[in-house]
Ligand binder design. Sequence first.
Ligand SMILES: [Zn+2]
Length: 178
Amino acid sequence: MATVSVKRSVTALATSAAALLALATPALASDVSAQAINLRTPFDCGQVWNANTRTNHNPQLSVDFQRSDANNKNVRSSAAGKVVTRRDLGNTSYGRYLVIDHGGGWQTLYAHLNSFNVSLGQSVSTGTIIGKVGSTGGSTGPHLHYEQKLNGAVQRVVLNGKAVVYYGNTSITSSTGC
Ligand SMILES: [Zn+2]
């Protein structure tokens, strides 16, 4: 009899745990995909930037980070990872740009850089200085073109858990490395 009663309570526990999981799974699944990695604002602690999004941007979900004295500001890695692309496209497209792979299918891209502070294949930490803001490639003024990609597809940008406005402007104060 004692054995039977233990079995019953274990079964009851398993059943309620399964019910809870079934309830929680849809919400959890979307939270996990959006927050699998905490990508941080790619600038010095305390610096304020305007994150601009617009429907005619290419790729459309990219962000242009702007401020009046943007030129040569530090660009910092949004998370730990490895530099998988370091290229100079000259006067076209991204100009000097970097891609950092963060694992789990996540990559971030930083374009129009004046200069690079990392080499191809280098491992970086969250907030490592990877380059300087510039206006290289098809850019008309100093700013940082920035993308967050999951499995190769550009995503709506989320910085330290805060979603950037689509389409419009979001004022963001960097807390990276604070
Ligand atoms: Zn851009």
